[in-house]
Design a protein around this ligand. Structure first.
Ligand SMILES: Nc1ncnc2c1ncn2[C@@H]1O[C@H](COP(=O)(O)OP(=O)(O)OP(=O)(O)O)[C@@H](O)[C@H]1O
Ligand SMILES: [Mg+2]
Length: 450
């Protein structure tokens, strides 16, 4: 759909000449012979771009644009000034016109300016749509999604939260297991009580027991004081056992007992301590596999997996990628104090096509890096890491030829290096270039990324 352009000029010949040109270019054109007529026209029509002469009797062009800026902020404006009247041009730019042109008009220049304005308007519109989607999507603050798959997960989360039942959250690394665990707590009747998270994979095996259950003073070398364990800390609230697949078998027995009897003893103690905690556990391992190989107790599995919540990987819910990208752009633009309005459609395309082995955490990292690196107010393909921007066939229309050639070169290099398992001389043979050139290219494009 071509844009609507309003041309304002008190000189009939000028106005009609310009109108005729724009018509030929396929725009739909409105004409006005004065500022007042223009204001009326904007009120009653959809106007995307206003082109106004500066020198007009009654209302000047400057006056007109100042009023339009206030009353119709979505209309982009171009000012036409007489040759040499730089002051007017400066004044117009200050008042929010996109650009100015001096008379006599260079129509080619005008065409280019119009294209640019329309591209920008398109981007703004897309970003507005995304923003609306972002606002509609989350049920819970901080959890962003659009996909039906996540809609299902979150509705299960909401139902689970009400029951205080034990929950097992599964999903690949970076899919949002911890975020969901916290949401369950926040939505439950225990939200005012403590939420205590234990990362079982981060604690050395010989200390897990004391971390979870605490220890009495002097119970082992180094236990100089009594220590209250995580179960006691979480009493009345939620205990999040992250990476539960990493818990050694010896501790699994004890966990099972707490879950069955709701009581335990501190390490080195014999007085049973009663607790009332809701358990939410998470793992990126396949626990059924672990059971088969004898690394995870079956009875514990069934105790934990009262409600199972499986978070799908990002590549299986691509509809979430645009809203998550927008979410992270906002988040990191603010964190790094950069004014970034959005992402180009091309760059977003690459993100949507990428497989995200690191899931949402990886998307977050990619966006943060792009926000930090970009020189524009919009993230472009150039700001994305090679692994994202090189797995695609289509030409890079928002780049110059040099950049396109470089991208093709990078892409072929990457492919050859992958296919040869990183063997430089094999890759050189494959591409029919010297090994020296391979080394040069690797350096040029950042060996680490490849
Ligand atoms: N739906 C979402 N909306 C917004 N941010 C999300 C979403 N899902 C995940 N994140 C963010 O992605 C990052 C990874 O999430 P989280 O730590 O919950 O994943 P995880 O599954 O626990 O990963 P791991 O298995 O590696 O511990 C976090 O910064 C989190 O805030
Ligand atoms: Mg986690």
């Amino acid at each position: 759909m071509k844009a609507n352009i309003l041309v304002v000029d008190d000189e009939k010949i000028q106005r009609e000449m310009l109108g005729g040109h724009l018509n030929k270019k396929g725009y739909s054109v409105l004409l006005a012979s004065s500022g007042q007529e223009a204001l009326d026209s904007i009120k009653h029509n959809t106007v995307d771009i206003l082109i106004s002469d500066q020198k007009m009797p009654e209302m000047s062009g400057l006056e007109l644009i100042t009023r339009v800026r206030k009353e119709h902020p979505n209309v982009s404006m171009i000012m036409l000034t007489a040759y040499g009247s730089i002051d007017d041009a400066v004044q117009a730019m200050k008042n929010g016109v996109e650009d100015y042109l001096t008379k006599p008009l260079n129509l080619e220049e005008l065409d280019i300016i119009l294209e640019k304005i329309l591209e920008k308007q398109e981007l703004v519109r897309e970003n507005e749509q995304l923003r609306e989607q972002v606002q509609k999507a989350p049920y819970f603050p901080g959890i962003v999604y659009m996909s039906e798959a996540m809609e299902g997960v979150m509705s299960k989360v909401a139902r689970t939260a009400k029951s205080n039942a034990t929950v097992l959250i599964t999903g690949e690394s970076g899919t949002g297991k911890e975020l969901v665990a916290r949401a369950i707590h926040e939505m439950s009747s225990l939200s005012e009580k403590p939420f205590v998270a234990v990362n079982c994979s981060a604690i050395p095996e010989n200390l897990i027991e004391s971390e979870l259950f605490g220890h009495e003073k002097g119970s082992f070398t180094g236990a100089e004081r009594l220590r209250v364990g995580r179960f006691e800390q979480a009493n009345g609230g939620t205990l999040f056992l992250d990476e539960i697949g990493e818990v050694p078998l010896s501790v699994q027995v004890k966990l099972l007992r707490v879950l069955q009897e709701r009581k335990f003893e501190r390490v080195g103690g014999n007085e049973p301590i009663k607790v009332d905690v809701r358990i939410v556990a998470a793992t990126n391992r396949d626990l059924e596999d672990e059971m088969r190989t004898g690394n995870f107790r079956e009875d514990l599995f069934y105790r934990i997996n009262v409600v199972g919540i499986e978070i799908p990987p990002l590549r299986k819910r691509k509809a979430d990628i645009p809203v998550l990208a927008e979410h992270f752009i906002k988040l990191y633009a603010e964190e790094h104090s950069k004014e970034i309005v959005g992402i180009t459609p091309d760059a977003l395309d690459f993100l949507v096509k990428y497989s995200f082995p690191g899931n949402i955490r990886e998307l977050g990292n990619i966006i943060e890096q792009a926000v930090v690196l970009t020189r524009n107010d919009t993230i472009t393909v150039r700001d994305l890491p090679l692994r994202v921007s090189s797995d695609e066939e289509k030409p890079y229309e928002d780049m110059g030829l040099d950049q396109q050639v470089a991208n093709l070169e990078k892409k072929q290099l990457l492919k050859a290096m992958r296919e040869t398992g990183g063997n430089k001389s094999a890759a050189a043979r494959l591409l029919d270039i010297s090994e020296r050139k391979i080394r040069y290219m690797l350096k040029k494009y950042g060996e680490k990324e490849i």
